[in-house]
Design a protein around this ligand. Sequence first.
Ligand code: BG6
Length: 484
Amino acid sequence: MAQTIVIFGASGDLTSRKLIPALYALHQKKRLPPATRIVGFARTPFSHEAWREQLAESTAQFAGAQFNIATWNELAARIFYFPGSVDQPDNFRALDRFLEEIEDSSTAARLYYFAIGPQFYEPAVVNLGATGLADETRGHRRVVVEKPFGTDLASAQQLNRQLRAVFAENQIYRIDHYLGKETVQNVLVLRFANTIFEPVWNRNYIDHVEITAAEALTVGHRAGFYDTAGVLRDMFQGHLLQLLTLTAMETPVRFEAEAVRDEKVKVLRAVRKLQPEHVASDTLRGQYRGYRDEPGVRPDSQTATFAAVKLHIDNWRWQGVPFYLRSGKAMSCGTTQLVIQFRQPPHMLFESGPRVPRDSNRLVIQIQPAEGVQLHFYTKVPDAGMQLRLTDLSFRFRDTFAGPLPEAYQRLLLDAIQGDPSLFARADEVEAAWRIVDPIQTAWDAGAPPPLLVYEPGEWGPTASTDWMTAQERQWFDTCPILR
Ligand code: BG6
């Protein structure tokens, strides 16, 4: 069946940086359905030709060495532009007529991609519904919704209601681009395609889990958005909690969307809700020095650009095992990693062997940029009596597999086209994540402790973060990945 992708918000950054390069890569790999049409929809007037030219430049830039002009031209011939505004029903009717013209067939599947600001989601959904564009009598109609999915639980529920008034749940694809990353999907493979990890993947062997998404970048030109969001909404509600669910979930009965998503939701529902006194003791918030001078940031902004949060999962597997989640901008380096910190051996024979968890075995799953897995274990130092040293076994994707890892959007776009929602968040999943984040954000917004701490750019967040872990006899794995 013919396939059309309509990108609402086509003149924005996401379209040129991520979506079109991903579609280009899919076309190059011959994975797009034949004769896929791509239609950009936005207010800025462009001719088809002018938009294609602009996209050719940006795609050449973002696709780098993979860019080939002849391949691009094949795709570009099927790229169109339709000027319009998402709050004008007439524009949608005209869009429908235009799509019918170019689809060249009485049936065609359509994917509507919301690359628009979240304030435009509602009119876009309402108008898609009102003008019959969500109707599936002539082929699938699916909608991809970008983050932010709401700003709190109430707004996420409201957005879910608006979407569900027009689309069925199986037509809605809520994106969290972390799920499109190969290394994130590999967490499931590591856990469930191997026998050696799962038996020790529980409270009997694991002391704690660390999930870090550190960025060296500052907020840059996104300060206007970021200052109203902050790190909890921007990174924790989606990306970090997604990593937590994949790390903590039980084995799904089958590898299919609903079974996987059921298990993820169970984890989120088992996360203990933080009471105000625990927000004070179990969270940290920071702001990098210089943040308030960024253009678009309020001079007295209390927005956190760094947070560390300790969560507990109340179930049999994880009772008593804290999950430490941490993310920040302007940090020492860019690294996203999961650290499974094992307990020390129950009885230590060797004098220089580990006696506390922080010196013991560790599994480090590098999500990016040094994608891979390292297992840290003790080895005898040769010719040094019974001296021991923590050494590691290291696997790197780039050493084992040829070529760069594909961008997350390639997989996600293809899955949405093919109707596989496994790597997209379900309504209850998004809401469960907000239930975890909301009490923290509410307490912080009310000025409750902990206070907002200033940290120096290029550090691992506020120094209090290190002390906080030391006080719990733990230690962050503050190591920048080695890129070779
Ligand atoms: C986005 C956030 O969702 O994820 C950004 O809005 C953040 O603030 C980005 O920089 C990180 O994504 P990645 O893929 O670079 O880890």
